[in-house]
Design a binder for this molecule. Structure first.
Ligand code: ADP
Length: 624
């Protein structure tokens, strides 16, 4: 007999499940049946591909037994792959999922919020403790001799002892608690299984006792009979014709493969026939999974060959940027014993993958054009991965360029590049954008003043990834994309009058340049400002200051320091007065203050706060 302690995270998760999911407690049955179905998938694959397993008399099924009278138990038993002693301890004593700790830290203690989060996490086996005082798992691994019994009351410990079991597979018995005793009921079980697990591709049987009366009068007697009935339709939903399937069927199937408690936002189901025969069923979730931005995210697409499950942890089935898609790919042409290495170079797989990507992007294009609200909802959650696609997927760049959207100075919400181009002024063949900071900072940036005055729209690129990605779209059709953070963007806006003004302040520019020395790359007269005296921009080929921060954060420490260009506004009162003063210490202080205020407003750290404050005080003192 061996006693084990649960991993700390398991205890935390158990606590959470019990406290945030009590209103959905019936989902434990979906989770256990989905585990049983996975175990059957795994053994089915082995019996078809591995000589060592061919002698097994594989009879794939899931049996459900219950006792509603005395003990109030519910048993779910499968003839799948099973677990040995080590696997029982690992699978049912720890949490293998990546990012568990981070996930647990996000928990707020607010049951409603937490139950949303936990829905995306997928609680699996442990959810059965919502309805049980004690759980017993008896399992025998296929191909091994010994069976083991795992027992726990979910309070920190579990126990594993040797046990007896005739055939391979797993039987899980729940000793139902007060909350759970309603589940020891035939109708309840049947309705839940029909609702959540009808499409499980293996038969699910319920075993129950039926009493009937026979004879008349004195001879009347009650006869108890043990009966077994199949509950589900047991057909792979994705193989069924689309017109036979209802919205509801797709929704429930999605929930069972994704562990998401919410409906999917959208789905696309395709039967391809011709040179290649395959079926795909892809779902777009409503909410991003908790591990979307982790390198060790769990992929969401399962690969089947002729309805035999092959793998669910291959990250190559779809490109990385589509990692949020959940669903199924089922090929008629791939060999059953396809290995992971082969998969990656397989021409059939490559073709399925490439058509799948086109299908998914085409579906998003449809959503964007026909159901814009839904597309906006999608984009809020998955806009960043779509942008990743722009620099990962050269083949589909044009499609992705139509799908990306940005905030803008002209409209609320998001706009596409096509919409911007449509709205642009006659003769304007540039799409302007600003990067480097949060939406609020960008919207208030002095760099936008002249564009506002001239009523020119500027896109607000406020995601960190934007600045990296935007360089992959130098043009959109007739429009060139230009950053207003760059020194040359304002050239377009220059008039003859502006050029005269530039000349006028040339001597001042020279002076300021001399004072600031190599803290800046250059000092120039600005035509883009209206209310502010100064601003900073990046030289044409340099990364912006914010971009430099990102590159440094990504570990590029040795990177040279790109200095900003200071632009000053010849029209501004301060600059005009500065031109006419001879007080050299005042000119020096104000030169630095023009630079420092421009940096501060862009959210850039200044060199010395102490010096800044000293300067400010000297100038204030003079002004009084
Ligand atoms: P998940 O199913 O999301 O991996 P669970 O906590 O539900 O998480 O299960 C943990 C692991 O335990 C599974 O990945 C699987 O390896 C194993 N397991 C659970 N139920 C069974 C079963 N009926 N037969 C075989 N293995 C199982």
């Amino acid at each position: 007999m061996a006693k084990h302690k649960f991993q700390t995270e398991v205890n935390q998760l158990l606590h959470l499940i019990i406290h945030s999911l009590y209103s959905h407690k019936e989902i434990f049955l979906r989770e256990l049946i989905s585990n049983a179905s996975d175990a059957l998938d795994k053994l089915k694959y082995l019996t078809l591909t591995d000589e060592n397993y061919k002698k097994i008399d594989f009879d794939p099924k899931i049996d459900v037994y219950f006792d509603s009278k005395e003990s109030k138990t519910l048993t779910i038993s499968d003839t799948g792959i099973g677990m040995n002693e080590k696997e029982l301890a690992e699978n049912l004593g720890t949490i293998a999922k990546s990012g568990t700790r981070i996930f647990l830290e996000q928990m707020t203690g607010d049951a409603k919020k937490d139950s949303n989060l936990i829905g995306q996490f997928g609680m699996g086996f442990y959810s059965a403790f919502m309805v049980s005082d004690k759980i017993e798992v008896i399992s025998k691994k296929a191909g091994e001799d010994k069976a083991y019994k795992w027992t726990s009351d979910g309070k920190g410990e579990f126990e594993i002892v040797e046990a007896r079991k005739d055939r391979e597979g797993t039987a899980i018995t729940l000793f139902l608690n007060e909350e759970g005793k309603e589940f020891a009921n035939r109708w309840k079980i049947e309705s839940i299984i029909k609702k959540y697990s009808d499409h499980v591709p293996f038969p699910i049987f319920i075993h129950f006792e039926e009493t009937r009366t026979e004879g008349e009068g004195d001879k009347k007697k009650e006869i108890k009979e043990q009966k077994t009935e199949q509950i589900n339709s047991a057909s792979a939903i994705w193989k069924r014709p689309k017109n036979e399937l209802k919205e509801e069927d797709y929704k429930e199937f999605y929930k069972s493969i994704s562990h998401d408690n919410d409906d999917p936002l959208h789905y696309v189901h395709t039967h391809a026939e011709g040179t290649l025969d395959y079926t795909t069923l892809f779902f777009f979730p409503k909410k991003a999974p908790f591990d979307l931005f982790r390198a060790d995210y769990t992929p969401g697409v399962k690969l089947y060959v002729k309805r035999v499950f092959i793998t669910d942890d291959d990250k190559e089935l779809l490109p990385t940027y589509l990692r949020f898609i959940r669903g199924i790919i089922d090929s008629e042409d791939l060999p059953l014993n396809v290995s992971r290495e082969i998969l990656q170079q397989n021409r059939i797989m490559a073709k399925i993958r490439s058509s799948s990507v086109k299908k998914i992007l085409g579906e998003l294009e449809n959503l964007k054009n026909k159901e814009r609200d839904k597309y906006n909802e999608f984009y809020k959650e998955f806009g960043i991965p779509i942008k990743e696609g722009l620099y990962q997927d050269f083949e589909n760049r044009d499609k992705l360029t139509e799908l990306v959207m940005y905030k803008s100075t002209k409209i609320d919400g998001f706009t596409t590049l096509a919409e911007y181009a449509d709205r642009s002024q006659p003769g304007q063949n540039t799409i302007y954008y600003i990067t480097g900071g949060k939406e609020e900072t960008l919207k208030n940036s002095p760099l936008l003043e002249m564009y506002k005055k001239k009523d020119i729209e500027v896109l607000i690129l406020d995601d960190e990834i934007d600045e990296i990605v935007i360089s992959s779209i130098p043009r959109y059709k007739d429009h060139e994309l230009k950053s207003v953070n760059r020194s040359d963007a304002a050239e377009d806006l220059k008039s003859e009058k502006d050029k005269e003004k530039e000349k006028e302040i040339e001597p001042l520019i020279k002076k300021v340049k001399g004072i600031l020395g190599d803290t800046v790359k250059d000092v120039k007269a600005s035509t883009r400002l209206s209310d502010s005296p100064s601003c900073i921009v990046a030289d044409q080929k340099d990364p912006t200051v914010q971009m430099q921060h990102i590159l440094k954060a990504m570990g590029q420490d040795a990177m040279e320091n790109f200095k900003p260009i200071l632009e000053i506004n010849p029209e501004h009162e301060i600059v005009k007065k500065l031109k006419d003063t001879n007080d050299s210490s005042l000119i020096e202080d104000i030169s630095f203050l023009l630079l420092e205020q421009a940096m501060l407003i862009e959210g850039v750290e200044i060199k010395s706060r102490a010096d800044f404050v000293k300067r400010l005080n000297r100038v204030m003192n003079k002004a009084l």
